[in-house]
Design a protein around this ligand. Structure first.
Ligand SMILES: *Cc1c(COP(=O)(O)O)cnc(C)c1O
Length: 359
């Protein structure tokens, strides 16, 4: 497909609109499509104009939720003006782990990486360059077989769409208030919490509404058995700075293995900060807030990178985290990761994958 350079003009027009680009609101001109057919498996990828999908109303995805997704980012910087993806292979590998859990046939990782790179190269003019902005890439697989029967679909479609996104912290990093959910749960070990699959998010909407009613922007999820151990915040992994160490819940099957989580752990270890993956009870968090031992808490994910937590709403009480502002370590981690992503800091771990132009 010919590269069309009107992307940058359309991007400028969207950026000038009230509210700017926002997140996941606007999409580029093309999308990647791959079909999986019975017997012959995954077919070669195709890049086609962005547009609606025509699906049979009986397609299994609508009824039984057999679907998985990913979310990763591309950036553009440097004198070569080339696009760069942040840890794309980690995202593609996780896509396949989600597929495995949901009985979706695995995709060839090299084929997907190459196809995503071709799509990003084609849409290069759509990549915003201001600090904090990116091209958000949303790969997903849906079960397309038109058959009402609970069994793995015999056909699938893999689609990748791209959305230019504005700076998450347009007005500087700001801490969010979090509602600790004690009734609903997100996931249990043995369930699908460690897969990026649609049902996890639909199941969380009710709690999200309760959080909004209390003026909180996200939910803190506790474990599904005892409602006692902290698992995640919204669709982010969670970290606490407690005493001399940083603590994050271990990946026990109910937690999504964030690529940002892994990157944050590595950065902390590079810096010689003690970081431990261990269970942390909500009681310990609350006690830490009261005693002053817990000085920072933050969520991590592709969209926000690092999202500082300013307060927790717990059993009718609102507790401030640290000073209620952005913690020193949260700020430092954000600056470090965002700096690597923008090419302003050395990429010691080789996280940025350059997209060959017009590949
Ligand atoms: C996507 C996601 C994360 C964060 O993963 P990243 O790879 O860092 O973007 C964390 N928790 C949930 C539930 C998620 O869906």
């Amino acid at each position: 497909m010919e590269r069309d350079t009107t992307g940058s003009a359309k991007l400028r027009e969207l950026q000038a609109r009230p509210g700017g680009l926002g997140f996941g609101r606007y999409f580029t001109d093309h999308m990647l499509v791959m079909d999986c057919e019975e017997g012959t498996g995954w077919q070669p990828p195709r890049i086609v104009p962005y547009g609606p999908l025509e699906l049979d109303p009986a397609a299994k995805v609508f009824h039984y939720g057999q679907t998985v997704f990913e979310g990763m980012k591309a950036f553009k910087w440097g004198s070569d003006g080339q696009a760069r993806l942040f840890r794309p292979l980690e995202h593609i590998r996780r896509l396949n782990r989600s597929c495995e859990r949901m009985c979706v046939p695995p995709l060839d990782e090299a084929t997907v990486l190459d196809a995503v790179q071709r799509l990003v190269a084609l849409e290069r003019d759509w990549i915003p360059e201001d600090p904090g902005t990116a091209l958000y890439i949303r790969p997903f697989v849906i079960a397309t077989e038109p058959l009402l029967g609970v069994a793995p679909s015999r056909t699938y479609r893999f689609v990748v769409i791209c959305s230019p996104v504005g700076a998450y912290y347009e007005e500087g990093m700001h801490p969010v208030s979090i509602y600790v959910e004690t009734e609903h749960v997100r996931a249990v070990a043995g369930g699908v919490g460690d897969a990026k699959t649609a049902g996890n998010y639909a199941a969380g909407l009710k709690a999200q509404e309760a959080a909004s009613r209390l003026g909180c922007s996200q939910v803190m999820w506790l474990d599904g058995i005892e409602r006692r151990y902290v698992e995640e915040v919204g669709s982010m992994n969670v970290f606490f700075r407690l005493g001399d160490e940083v603590v994050t819940p271990p990946l026990g099957g109910s937690i999504l293995a964030g690529v940002t989580r892994d990157s944050i752990i590595r950065l902390l270890r590079d810096w010689g900060v003690a970081v431990r993956e261990r269970t942390i009870a909500i009681g310990e968090v609350i006690e830490g807030l009261r005693s002053g031992a817990l000085v920072e808490a933050f969520g991590t994910g592709t969209a926000a990178v690092v999202s500082p937590i300013g307060s927790l709403h717990w059993q009718g009480e609102r507790l401030t985290v640290g000073s209620g502002g952005t913690g020193e370590l949260s700020r430092r981690l954000y600056d470090a990761l965002a700096g690597i992503q923008r090419g302003e800091l050395p990429d010691a771990h080789g996280w940025m994958a350059t997209v060959k132009p017009e590949c």
